[in-house]
Design a protein around this ligand. Structure first.
Ligand SMILES: NC(=O)c1ccc[n+]([C@@H]2O[C@H](COP(=O)([O-])OP(=O)(O)OC[C@H]3O[C@@H](n4cnc5c(N)ncnc54)[C@H](OP(=O)(O)O)[C@@H]3O)[C@@H](O)[C@H]2O)c1
Length: 209
């Protein structure tokens, strides 16, 4: 049992690239695998490609890197997630990146946790651009990757993956903190696309003593 990445677009490929480079093996799950054959083959022997259900069945940690609208169907398509770690990298974006479609009193991740029976849902990899997930190296220090989830072991496992690919993993505690992490993603998006920052920046933590 290993890591499945559902979705092989910007985020899925970025995480697949970063993880396989560091020795992890990943299985991508998508509705039409033939579309992604060349891209996944380019990642080398540690990456495989199959259908969504098969990828989920063979994994104990599943990263959702799909449009938010697809998450309910994927979550409910598995009758019992049997304790798998389900990492929610999605954001419930309004069309045109105009904002979020839900928030403040709930979050996409909390809704997902209700839909994915038996899953240990962790929010991570949603709050920075995909390029940063492919390559987190910045001269100024480590970019941060906030992580939250109700199961401490699941959270630690995902934090270890974030650390492995070059982030300072930040423990945000329970899954309700996704109410803050999804708007935090909008902060990155707002700066990148509305304030002219472009995509080549990341947030980091500064600490005193
Ligand atoms: N792009 C970023 O920088 C970034 C950063 C942080 C978080 N996010 C979030 O991460 C998620 C993915 O973003 P992205 O930019 O990677 O999107 P993307 O490039 O459009 O890729 C989405 C992937 O999901 C697949 N997919 C769609 N419906 C599916 C389903 N029902 N089952 C399995 N796979 C399905 C797509 O396959 P097809 O091509 O066959 O449709 C595609 O491979 C979004 O929720 C986004 O808000 C994005």
């Amino acid at each position: 049992m290993g890591i499945a990445i559902i979705g092989a677009g910007n985020v899925g490929m970025a995480l697949g690239q970063a993880l396989t480079r560091r020795g992890e093996t990943v299985v991508f799950g998508v509705p039409e695998p033939q579309k992604y054959e060349a891209a996944v083959a380019a990642l080398g022997d540690r990456a495989r490609l199959t259908g969504t259900a098969e990828a989920i069945a063979g994994a104990d940690l599943v990263i959702l890197a799909v449009p938010h609208a697809a998450t309910a169907g994927i979550a409910q398509g598995v009758a019992d997630w049997q304790g798998k770690v389900l990492v929610d990298a999605t954001n419930p974006l309004a069309p045109g990146l105009a904002g979020l479609t839900l928030g403040t009193t709930t979050s996409g991740a909390e809704v997902l946790a209700q839909q994915a029976r038996g899953a240990r849902v962790v929010k991570a990899f949603n709050s920075t651009g995909a390029e940063n997930m492919a390559d987190a190296a910045y001269a100024g220090g480590l970019p941060m990757m906030p992580v939250c989830g109700d199961d401490a072991d699941a959270r630690q496992r995902v934090m270890a993956l974030a650390t492995l690919i070059g982030f300072e993993a930040v423990d945000m505690g329970p899954l309700m903190a996704a109410r803050y992490l999804e708007p935090f993603a909008m902060t990155w998006i707002h700066l990148a696309f509305r304030q002219g920052f472009g995509r080549r920046f990341a947030f980091g933590l500064l600490r005193r003593g």
